[in-house]
Design a protein around this ligand. Structure first.
Ligand SMILES: *Cc1c(COP(=O)(O)O)cnc(C)c1O
Length: 396
């Protein structure tokens, strides 16, 4: 996920446009801005690239999820089904609108297991949120069907998977809403930023207002605008948007590079019979942001992860022990610790998440993920492949 690797003249030019006229905010100041509307331009480019009718850019991926949920009318006491393997942000966004994240098992796709999702549905369930961790996705046909049967919203957290596809459609565009992050470590970066896409005019119009204090953006005079409902400030600045415009233009080139590197590394590991790969659903194509492998046991996965490090293969992760990405380490969320008091109902449901998820443990315990960088030369990739093979063979 190389946004931070590819910062160059194109980004500087876009940022310079903004600095030249000094309008760092996306709304108002029309007389000064010399026709530059970077946030708007990023939205138009994002909607087009993601084959969606509407895009709304905001200040982070977490904000995108929050605004998406609010725009879909998700709020107090509603339940949102989220996978045990995600980034804490998906969990936080749900709580920030007053709804309750309900953890659910994953399978060998490393994201929501459809049968476990069905079992987690209650009368309060409103949303199913698959999180396309490390560039790949759940069985989205199965999740869509569950949503249609139970009248639920499908919200894709595609923050780590921009550019991947399902059934030849961009990830993020399959659900009722899809969210991206443009933080500093994602495939494309604005420094900080995020975006949501949707084909729903209603959701898009709500999102547009909600992310800017409920302003309706009618007319040029911010003071005269009306506020049809309560909103907050999740706006993206023109400076951040400018970086994102240049980054988004490089997306396809980035994806092609990721795929080349991924393929070399995967082909090399295929020679080791004990190594298997994360399941990608039949209609899916990864974004190739990471290569995710399974070792035969948890013990071997830990050892392989260590050996990769000692063989000089950096940027490999053992998520099972990671504080940010696997629910077991979220002590502040499992035993809810909040600055403001949550209602007893929310606290009780949150505590229900503090239980064992055996299938998730089984898959995550065996998973090692290696980040794919785009700056590696073909020689470096080849050398890396060889080191990965010897590292893993050394522990088998
Ligand atoms: C990065 C990330 C987010 C949040 O994005 P920020 O821009 O860092 O707020 C949400 N979900 C997933 C899966 C992520 O990786």
């Amino acid at each position: 996920m190389p946004g931070f690797e590819l910062f160059g003249a194109e980004e500087k030019k876009e940022v310079q446009d903004v600095l030249d006229n000094g309008v760092l905010m996306r709304y108002g100041f029309d007389g000064m801005r010399n026709g530059h509307h970077k946030a708007l331009e990023l939205e138009q480019a994002l909607a087009k690239r993601m084959e969606s009718d509407y895009a709304q850019v905001v200040s982070s991926g977490t904000a995108a999820l929050t605004v998406a949920l609010a725009s879909a009318g998700v709020g107090h006491g509603d339940e949102v089904i989220v996978p045990t393997f995600t980034f804490v942000a998906s969990f936080e966004a749900v709580l920030s609108v007053g709804a309750i994240p309900i953890l659910c098992d994953i399978d060998d796709t490393l994201t929501l297991k459809p049968e476990a999702v069905e079992a987690a549905i209650t009368k309060n369930t409103k949303v199913i949120m698959p999180v396309h961790m490390c560039g790949s996705m759940a069985d989205l046909d199965a999740l869509r069907e569950i949503c249609d049967t139970h009248d639920l919203i499908l919200l894709e957290d595609a923050c780590q998977a921009i550019g991947g596809t399902y059934d030849n459609k961009p990830l993020g565009s399959i659900g009722d809403l899809g969210c991206f992050s443009f933080d500093y470590v994602k495939t494309i970066t604005c420094g900080e930023g995020g975006g949501l896409i949707t084909n729903s005019k209603e959701y898009a119009e709500r999102a547009h207002k909600y992310q800017d204090h409920g302003h309706d953006h009618i007319g040029n005079d911010r003071g005269a605008e009306s506020h049809p409902f309560l909103g907050y400030n999740y706006r993206l600045s023109e400076l951040n948007a400018a970086v994102g415009i240049a980054q988004l233009r490089k997306l396809d080139e980035t994806l092609a590079k990721q795929k080349r590197t991924y393929t070399v590394l995967r082909d090399a590991l295929t020679t080791i019979p004990e190594v298997t790969f994360r399941k990608v659903p039949l209609k899916g194509e990864e974004s190739y942001a990471f290569l995710n492998i399974f070792l035969p046991t948890e013990d071997l996965a830990r050892k392989a992860h260590k050996a990769l490090g000692s063989h000089g293969v950096d940027a490999c992760f053992y998520w099972y022990d990671n504080n940010w990405h696997y629910y077991k380490k979220w002590e502040h969320l499992l035993n809810p610790s909040t600055l403001v008091r949550f209602s007893d109902t929310i606290n009780k449901r949150l505590k229900d998440n503090n239980r064992s998820f055996e299938e998730s443990d089984a898959w995550m315990g065996r998973t090692v993920s290696c980040l794919i960088k785009v700056g590696w030369s073909p020689e470096e990739v080849q050398e890396r492949a060889e080191r990965m093979v010897s590292a893993i063979q050394s522990v088998l």
